[in-house]
Design a protein around this ligand. Structure first.
Ligand code: URA
Length: 482
């Protein structure tokens, strides 16, 4: 056996260099014992790597392999190095299309690893909580986090982008990342007690969380899936969840009783939240979850011209740190009643297209340019009315802050209103479709049509053709962020 020592648990470049060397020397996977420097290679790793053979040098592999390997290598499974080398060996050995064989056990396993790593990264983006430490040279914000996989170094960039102007440290059990405003340093692991304990701001935040907690939307299983219990102990607000859950049925009954008074639309009203006094977002600027919750409260409390007739404001939903953020036009009739974006006919079309494009909706953030339903009452129906430039301008500051907090890599605008709200210009979708344009804040925006445009097309042929184009756009956007 040949023992190969790697310098770090997720060092893709080092793994790649060793794998190339082994491949060039025609060393089969079963003769390699991968391990980390400082760890034992095992009893049988007693051979030195042979010199590369010129015959196998310079092998090319499809791009899909390094793209997958770079993420999967962050998984904590000790078998990951060997698995990836086995896949590489098989591709180089003549299975050129192996990456397309989704049911191949090796490929399947590598994809499952990459998926778990991405999920861990999403959790890290959402659940890292910085606490302020006073230092001689100014404040430093320190967070404690326990990732499941080796993601700290790879995800440090996300926090640099978001908190470029702050000096911060993220401590994990196996490594730490330190940003001083210019340079990132990776250091040794820490202990939970190395991060500062709770401070007064947390009491404020917990009280606020209790006030925005929406008992009507309580889904304990989904909550646990999105916010695994293992993270709760680091979240100040999580301590209150059991009590809030226990109180939920009573609060729902009270809310329904309140909602039964006019104006009552066609269906029973479900109020999105029970918010009285919104908290200023800047109190928690270093904490995206809190900042988003505070912004949501502001939007729900908005009393702009469209708020008067709508049932409630509809805020965006999805994970902080989502790579893709979709912006629609405005809530429709069903969204207005449910308090959630894209749940009506356009939403069902959108969901179907997302699914066919391989984009899990739960991994994307979905919102609207305009947060209230604009309509004309006509008999029993409420007829959708397009928002005008004034409506778009009214909600634009909310949208910009929402996007800034979520921090997507790519914004997808659905339809002309969204494109206008993002770019500030009345661009024609037909002119810019397929290109990436810049938002007013310099973010990349991928313009496509609105799903309701597809619903309105009269004949099945153009419907099918335009749907296929829409699907193609979604797939391109998803590829952009992989
Ligand atoms: N259309 C939109 O633009 N947004 C929704 O949420 C629903 C329909």
């Amino acid at each position: 056996m040949i023992g190969i020592a790697l310098p770090g648990p997720a060092d893709f470049e080092a793994w790649r260099a060793e794998a190339r060397r082994l491949l060039a020397a025609e060393v089969p996977p079963e003769r390699v014992a991968w391990h980390l420097r400082g760890e034992s290679a095992g009893l049988f790793a007693d051979e030195a790597a042979p010199a590369p053979s010129p015959r196998r040098d310079g092998i090319t592999v499809p791009r899909a392999f390094p793209e997958l390997a770079e993420v999967a290598i962050r998984h904590r499974d000790p078998e990951r190095f060997a698995l990836l080398y086995r896949i590489l060996w098989r591709i180089a050995g003549g299975e050129a299309g192996l990456m397309q064989v989704a049911v191949d056990p090796d490929v399947l396993r590598a994809h499952a690893m990459a998926k778990a790593v991405r999920r861990d990264a999403h959790k890290m983006h959402a659940f890292v909580r910085f606490r302020e430490l006073a230092g001689e040279d100014g404040p430093r914000f320190v967070a404690w986090f326990e990732p499941e996989h080796h993601i700290l170094e790879a995800e440090a960039g996300f926090f640099i982008r978001r908190f470029a102007g702050m000096r911060w440290s993220i401590l994990t059990p196996e490594a730490s990342a330190h940003w001083d405003g210019e340079e990132l340093r990776i250091g040794p692991g820490g202990r939970r007690t190395d991060a500062p304990a709770e401070d007064a701001k947390e009491d404020l935040w917990r009280a606020y969380f209790a006030s925005i907690f929406n008992p009507a939307r309580l889904k304990p299983a989904a909550m646990r899936a999105e916010m695994p219990v293992r993270y709760w102990r680091n979240l100040p607000e999580a301590r209150d969840i059991p009590r809030l859950m226990a109180e939920a049925p009573r609060r729902v009954a009270e809310m329904v009783a309140r909602g039964a008074t006019p104006p009552a639309p066609r269906r029973q009203r479900v109020l999105a939240a029970d918010v009285e006094a919104p908290m200023p977002a800047d109190l928690f600027t270093q904490d995206p979850t809190a900042a988003l919750a505070a912004l949501r409260a502001e939007v729900l409390a908005d009393r702009g011209p469209l708020a008067e007739h709508a049932t409630q404001a509809v805020f965006g939903e999805g994970p902080i740190g989502a790579a893709l953020l979709f912006v629609g036009e405005q809530p429709g009739d069903e969204e207005d009643i449910a308090g959630r974006p894209f749940v009506g006919p356009a939403g069902r079309m959108f969901n179907r297209a997302l699914e066919e494009a391989g984009i899990p909706r739960a991994e994307a953030y979905v919102t609207n340019a305009v947060k209230h339903f604009k309509f004309k009452p006509t008999g029993r129906r409420r007829l959708h009315q397009s928002p005008d430039a004034g409506d778009i301008a009214h909600y634009r500051p909310f949208l910009r802050r929402e996007i800034e907090i979520v921090g997507p890599r790519l914004v997808v605008s659905l339809g002309a209103t969204a494109l206008r709200a993002l770019t500030g210009k009345p661009l024609a979708i037909t002119k810019v479709r397929g290109e990436v344009v810049k938002s007013e804040d310099g973010l990349p925006v991928f313009p496509t049509v609105h799903p309701s445009y597809l619903l309105r097309l009269p004949d099945p042929e153009s419907k099918a053709r335009e749907y296929a184009r829409f699907l193609g756009d979604l797939k391109s956007a998803w590829r952009e962020v992989q």
